[in-house]
Design a protein around this ligand. Sequence first.
Ligand code: MN
Ligand code: MN
Length: 461
Amino acid sequence: MTPDELRENLLMAPKNGFARLSAGERAEMEAYCKRYMAFMDQAKTEREATDWAVREAEKRGFKPFAVGMTAKPGDKIYYNNRGKSIALAVIGTESLAGGANICAAHVDSPRMDLKPNPLYEDSEIAYFKTHYYGGIKKYQWVTIPLAIHGVVCRKDGSCVTVTIGEDENDPVLMVSDLLIHLSADQMQKTAAKVIAGEQLNVILGTEPLEGEGSDMVKLNMMKLLNEKYGLIEADFQTAELVVVPAGRCREVGLDRSLIGAYGHDDRVCAYAELEALFTMPQPAKTAVCILADKEEIGSVGISGMQSHFFEHFMGTLCAAQGVNLEDCFAASFCLSADVSNAFDPNFPDTCDKRNNSALNYGVSICKYTGSRGKGGASDASAEAMSHIRQTFDGNGVIWQLATLGKVDQGGGGTVAAYMANRNIVTVDAGVPVLSMHAPVELVSKLDCYETMLACKAVYLA
Ligand code: MN
Ligand code: MN
């Protein structure tokens, strides 16, 4: 054979996904991304994503989980975990003894949470004190429009949903930064310290009520919140209010090939899982979709992926079929659907380009995450990687490989390790992202669409 023939037969030749999509697929990709963007505008927190999933699932005949329920082929069931995470299942024609096909994403994103006693006044400006959640570069969160989302439970136990800053007639909120003119000292600080955690104080307002007192601006803010939501200051102690970037998802680029939004990590995979589940035909194996909370702080707590809510859900389904849960887990497969870092030519030295995902090359499979010598990674086996390769190739999914940056540059994790701990074969795969964890992150439409196809292929494998 000639070298050209040998090259074609023996070597990999990655191709940009746009060279591989048909006109029909491109049209489907655009339509899919419109639906994804509409979801993103309604789901900026784990609570909102869970609510959205419940609403859409009920429209499609999913029934709420109940102890003692049946699990017959074609049954559609969801487990709403206290409004903050959700698992959904479409029961397969085969027994759960043969395992389930699971896709697991997370719906929490980095943000600023209000402290339990957040409201104060300083120099006749009213503020909310915050505590950041997840991994953020704090300096990115100043001087951008912010919104407040969440729930407050009042003295009588009734809870009210709060959203301020998203309607176009709403005001937005903001954290200030120091003017450059007086930043001689600040500019000498390292990026981690340019803005301190205790400086992420959100400006609420400046107009005092008429009268005497050193708290007239604070009092005015409390009056406004009382008029709109019936709140008193003590109610903040029984609240979950979070501060996120205000505004809608936007197409980015002259060609509109990218999407800019807050919280693609990991709602871009969560949406892919949901749409795949809602639009696929009856599966042979039971298909399970998980939207977990608390991934950004270690998958901890009652709504995180380490929580036994998952065992409660799967154990009940298995019991309905007379199947041992451990037997089901041992035979199951899980796609840990989470984002990866897209190669950024602005920061080439942080990655090994030969082993990094790239925009528009499709869903990216990450054999391992972790840091240093793979610490904390769920390192997928050759056999697990082969299974996912066969599954994607067999369904025409455009995919690529990813690692998280160059060796010793940093690292990260996903829910993969917690699924693998359950004796479930698990592989990470998801959408490559630019500016991950920034207030606005970028993804390519093509990669979003391929990730939905990837989830569908996993459910139907
Ligand atoms: Mn993630
Ligand atoms: Mn993340």
